[in-house]
Write a protein that binds this ligand. Structure first.
Ligand code: GRF
Length: 200
């Protein structure tokens, strides 16, 4: 089974969805470690409850991004991590991590990229009065949500859409889509074509 690291910064509901499918056997992977840049984040509690080791660090305690990414790399190496899953990790991945894991880092983003990259994609979609938004899973490169797209799933915004209702719709998709795509990527190295065209 492939050893993965999950990176999160916040509540970690996607991390929890991944923990649950690993437990049930639907995702054949070993979550070796949670990496978290906010030691107080709820994601850390989820890791503790699931007895998953954590590397929780404060970037400001390091002299540079290179310094904390080197510390992360060391941890990943010590756990034999082969693949990185970003799940609400609010930092750009720098050259130190990319140098070692290029092509083996994926991210999930709550919009149909390239629309609404960066922070608060849900708020951006509402402010733009978009008819459609959705979820994108993509490989990570040095840009902000710019790497090659693996899969997208659409969601239609209703006229009465609120932040809460859109967030709920998007999370429901994320918590199913990420585990199923990870299973394909980790066991077959690719995603079946018909998965790419699913819409809501
Ligand atoms: C998700 O919407 C994900 O798409 C984005 O950050 C959010 C993380 O939520 N990258 P959670 O911490 O998994 O609940």
């Amino acid at each position: 089974m492939k050893k993965i690291a999950v990176f999160a910064s916040g509540s970690g509901s996607n991390f929890q969805a991944i923990i649950d499918v690993v437990k049930s056997g639907e995702l054949e992977a070993d979550i070796a470690i949670l990496v978290c840049d906010k030691p107080d984040a709820y994601a850390v509690r989820r890791a503790n409850s699931a007895r998953i080791p954590t590397f929780a660090f404060s970037p400001k305690e390091y002299s540079s991004k290179e310094a904390y990414e080197s510390a992360i790399l060391e941890k990943l190496a010590s756990y034999g991590v082969e693949f990185i899953v970003l799940a609400g990790y609010m930092r750009l991945i720098g050259p130190t991590l990319l140098g070692e894991y290029a092509g083996r880092i994926v991210n999930i983003h709550p919009s149909l990229l390239p629309d609404f990259p960066g922070k608060d994609a849900i708020g951006q979609a509402l402010a733009a009065k978009a008819e459609w938004s959705g979820v994108t899973i993509h490989y990570v490169d040095e840009g902000m949500d710019t790497g090659p797209i693996i899969v997208q799933e659409r969601v239609r915004l209703s006229e009465k859409e609120t932040r809460e209702s859109l967030q709920k719709k998007i999370q429901n998709i994320e918590h199913k889509l990420y585990p199923s795509i990870l299973q394909m990527l980790l066991t077959r190295g690719e995603v079946q074509h018909d998965e790419k065209a699913r819409t809501y």
